[in-house]
Design a protein around this ligand. Structure first.
Ligand code: SF4
Ligand SMILES: [Zn+2]
Ligand SMILES: [Zn+2]
Length: 319
């Protein structure tokens, strides 16, 4: 089959949802256009912004960094080493190697050095690794962005991720979560940085194809802490629908993002305080100065719980 754009080269990627098939070069043009359109449509950021790209070592975030650099945005990569034996080292290796190939040195935060490696923290406070991970990552996104004067933080969530989350939220009528689901969360006072998902228009398959054809070497294993089997079920269900009715995913998600959709609030609603955090507008954490809706931020409260659990264990061990 010939490429439907240049009509010369052989097609390497077939995209039924776009009624198209592209050779590698034309696919790169198509993919970058999709990302640019996603940025433009939702006004995620502009060439004046300094973008902090959160890179995990997986394909999505490295592809995102690659596209943003190629498009001339001012970017730096942030790698958060979660302290997961084996997996974190392998992921970091991929990030460092990719960054070096583009003449970059990523910012690295090591949670072991910060006193809160995810597996140990989860054991100490008897919480799910992923919920601790979410709190800790959000904290460092804001902190590193403030320290480095970045105006926006970008993550590599793609259309499959976002539609799986949307389907899950709809099936369980999680109205609060629905209100918070958007590829654009605006900045707010006291250091809450803007957060964006520029890959929201491209699928996982398209991202994987871009990474493969570009020769980006990424970590293929899943995080061993991942227990979110339900999101895989939603992804599979949507893939089966997409196979039968190409283009359904993007229609589903764009319909949700439509401002006239009564289920969706404005992106600012994401910062409406919840029960756990208390009321009011964001203020500085009394302990570390990070943005919070409560007296101290959730990261400091978590660290304090881990500290107490550690000293309790140490006390028991020496008794
Ligand atoms: S699977 Fe859980 S612990 Fe692993 S990176 Fe994702 S959120 Fe963090
Ligand atoms: Zn072509
Ligand atoms: Zn704090």
């Amino acid at each position: 089959m010939k490429c439907k754009r240049c009509r010369r080269a052989g097609a390497a990627v077939e995209l039924p949802s776009h009624h198209a098939a592209f050779c590698p070069d034309c696919f790169f043009v198509f993919f970058r256009r999709q990302v640019k359109e996603g940025i433009r449509k939702l006004r995620l950021f502009s060439p004046e912004d300094r973008v902090l790209v959160c890179v995990s070592g997986g394909k999505d975030s490295l592809v995102l960094w690659d596209v943003l650099m190629e498009e001339g945005y001012e970017t730096e990569g942030l790698y958060i080493d979660l302290g997961i034996e084996g997996y974190s080292d392998r992921s970091k290796e991929k990030v460092l190697a990719y960054a070096a190939s583009r003449g970059k040195t990523p910012i690295v935060v090591e949670l072991s050095k910060e006193g809160i490696p995810i597996p140990e923290a989860a054991r100490c406070v008897r919480m799910q690794e992923c919920s601790i991970c979410g709190t800790v990552k959000r904290y460092f996104f804001n902190r590193v962005a403030a320290e480095g004067k970045f105006t926006v933080v970008a993550t590599g969530h793609n259309l499959d991720d976002e539609t799986a989350r949307l389907l899950g939220n709809l099936l369980h009528w999680q109205r609060d979560h629905l209100a918070r689901q958007h590829p654009f969360l605006p900045e707010a006072g006291e250091g809450l940085v803007r957060k964006v998902k520029p890959l929201w228009r491209v699928t996982e398959m398209e991202t994987a194809a871009y990474g493969f054809l570009k020769g980006i070497d990424y970590v293929t294993e899943e995080c061993p802490m991942s227990e979110d089997a339900t999101s895989l079920v939603y992804k599979e269900a949507l893939s089966r629908i997409e196979d039968k009715m190409p283009g359904t995913r993007i229609v589903f998600y764009q319909g949700f993002l439509d401002p006239s959709n009564p289920l969706r609030k404005s992106p600012e609603a994401a910062y409406e305080p919840d029960e756990e955090e208390g009321g009011g507008s964001p203020r500085a954490c009394a302990s570390c100065g990070a943005p919070t809706f409560a007296e101290t931020c959730s990261f400091c409260r978590l660290k304090e719980r881990v500290r107490k659990a550690r000293s309790l264990r140490a006390g028991r061990a020496s008794a």
